[in-house]
Design a protein around this ligand. Structure first.
Ligand SMILES: Cc1cc2nc3c(=O)[nH]c(=O)nc-3n(C[C@H](O)[C@H](O)[C@H](O)COP(=O)(O)O)c2cc1C
Length: 153
């Protein structure tokens, strides 16, 4: 079974709804198990043990949410050379008031440090989270789970 970890932070619920949609889509794949966790509760072991990772963040002050930065701060030293982190498939989901590019760039830069492997285009919701955005999130989750289960990434 492929383990998919969906990590998120959210204050007013927008990113949470997107993360839940990603998890819902991923859970449709019978060969995957999905864990949906707030960034503050995620450990280095969680990152090591998953086969695919979806990082969901709001844009705050032109950057990823502090709770996600905290996750990276807490785990980088232990994981930067870990063989089960390098090339781990990941994708990014962002909720922003404006264009989300600051949050995206900050996550991508740190992900390069972990040597994660980006396997899908990011989803960036600008403004309200629409049903169309949630459908895209479900699809991203489904593709992530199918791809990890089939080991195609
Ligand atoms: C403290 C704070 C800072 C924010 N900074 C930005 C920003 O720099 N750029 C932007 O596009 N939106 C910004 N926003 C808007 C949020 O990205 C947007 O409301 C998002 O949907 C919040 O997601 P959440 O409901 O998951 O917390 C900010 C919101 C807050 C609360």
């Amino acid at each position: 079974m492929a383990r998919i970890l969906v990590v998120y932070h959210s204050q007013s619920g927008n990113t949470q709804r997107m993360a839940e949609a990603v998890a819902k889509g991923a859970a449709e794949t019978e060969r995957a198990v999905v864990e949906l966790k707030r960034a503050a509760a995620v450990t280095a072991d969680d990152l090591v043990n998953c086969h695919g990772l979806v990082i969901c963040s709001p844009e705050y002050f032109g950057f990823m949410a502090g709770a996600l930065k905290d996750l990276f701060d807490r785990t980088y030293e232990a994981l930067k050379d870990h063989p089960r982190i390098q090339k781990k498939p990941f994708a990014i989901v962002i909720s922003a008031g404006n264009d989300g590019q600051g949050a995206l760039a900050s996550i991508e830069r740190i992900a390069r440090g972990y040597r994660l492997k980006k396997v899908q285009h990011p989803i960036i919701a600008k403004g309200p989270v629409t049903p169309e955005v949630l459908t895209q999130c479900e699809e991203l989750g489904r593709v992530m789970a199918e791809g990890c289960a089939a080991e195609v990434f």
